[in-house]
Design a protein around this ligand. Structure first.
Ligand code: HPA
Ligand code: ZN
Length: 342
């Protein structure tokens, strides 16, 4: 394991499913609470960590939204992004497409420009410091109504050249993709990419809706698509990338045990599965930990890890030229490792 562990750490990879608010570590939560004079209902970092005892999506989301209350100033959002990229750099991440939830902040009176300017500053710093390229995906909270999503969409319009796409997150069951048909159509008309969380807790029909009604370019999670063989075949035929998050799946009981994780089944079905961390501060690990967890649970080979990393670039929103450059670096890395082993 230690051998593949090091291989995984150094494997060049893209992260495609990361909620930046979910990278808020308890230490930073305390620091920002102090800096911004915000009361939090915890006395220590350990107390925060021990509150992370959720076993489903909604219980997690309640804690996750409460944690975000300490984010007030542009500098806070920049610090949050910089901390994520510093950590991602240690895991061989060379490109990241990160989600942010503007409604979580604008509903608390934090202006949209404060959020996005802070994140963009952190992304710029990561490019300079670590040569990590990145893109932003604006997520709509699906437990709110479509009119609220439209308000956010209109507020974001001046930044459309700095946002690669829109996504859909928060409480899945009871909030089907069809609820957001019009705002996703508007996003498509504006030239933005479209992604959606579907088939995490929700049924395969939600994945179908995400494809047919939202016209997604990438599927977030998608685990439950495997319950429908026609849908699985379709996802493979359309080369739809799935952003799979193993430690999140385990923590939120989408899978009971990492030994049962379907990632290799997905690959065997020809699905373009990728590995990601979702909310690393809450689910117990960053992207390298997620690769290692499934590599151990499913006894994955280096070749399988290589396929997952390759899929991450193929499933990204980089242009063909950029994707090719990343794939060449990945191949060079693999061959170097192979020679060492021969
Ligand atoms: N699912 C849905 N919404 C989310 C998640 C998730 O895993 N993380 C942050 N918002
Ligand atoms: Zn997610």
């Amino acid at each position: 394991m230690s051998d593949i562990s090091e291989f995984i750490t150094n494997l060049p990879k893209a992260e495609l499913h990361l909620h930046i608010e979910g990278s808020l570590e308890p230490e930073m939560m305390f620091r920002l609470a102090h800096r911004n004079k915000i009361n939090i209902p915890f006395r220590s970092v350990d107390e925060v960590r021990s509150a992370y005892n959720f076993t489903n999506l909604q219980d997690f989301l309640n804690i996750y939204y409460a944690g975000a209350n300490v984010l007030i100033e542009e500098e806070d959002f920049r610090d949050l992004a910089v901390a994520y990229f510093d950590r991602a750099a240690q895991d061989g991440v060379t490109h990241a497409e990160i989600f942010f939830d503007p409604q979580t902040h604008t509903d608390r009176g934090i202006p949209f420009n404060v959020v996005i300017n802070g994140l963009l500053a952190g992304m710029k710093e990561a490019e300079e410091k670590h040569s990590i390229s990145s893109k932003l995906i604006l997520c709509f909270l699906r437990h709110l109504d479509e009119e609220e999503a439209f308000k956010t969409f209109r507020t974001a319009e001046p930044w459309f050249d700095r946002i690669v796409g829109v996504g859909l997150d928060s409480s899945e069951v009871g909030h089907p993709p069809s609820k957001f048909a019009r705002v996703f159509a508007a996003a498509g008309d504006a030239g933005l990419k479209r992604v959606a969380h579907a088939g995490e807790e929700g049924p395969p029909e939600y994945v179908q809706q995400a494809l047919d009604i939202l016209h997604i370019d990438r599927l977030d999670h998608g685990n439950r698509a495997l319950e429908n063989s026609e849908l699985t075949t379709r996802l493979a035929r359309e080369a739809m990338a799935l952003t799979v998050c193993p430690l999140s799946n385990h923590k939120l009981r989408v899978v009971n045990d990492l030994c049962d994780h379907p990632v290799d089944r997905m690959l065997a079905h020809g699905l373009r599965a990728t590995i990601n961390s979702d909310d690393p501060a809450y689910f117990g690990g960053y992207i390298g930990d997620n690769y290692r967890a499934v590599a151990k649970g499913r006894n994955l080979s280096r070749e399988a890890c290589m396929t997952l990393a390759r899929n991450s670039f193929l499933g990204s929103f980089l242009n063909d030229y950029e994707t090719m450059a990343h794939l060449q670096k990945l191949d060079a890395f693999f061959h170097k490792h192979h020679e060492v082993d021969l």
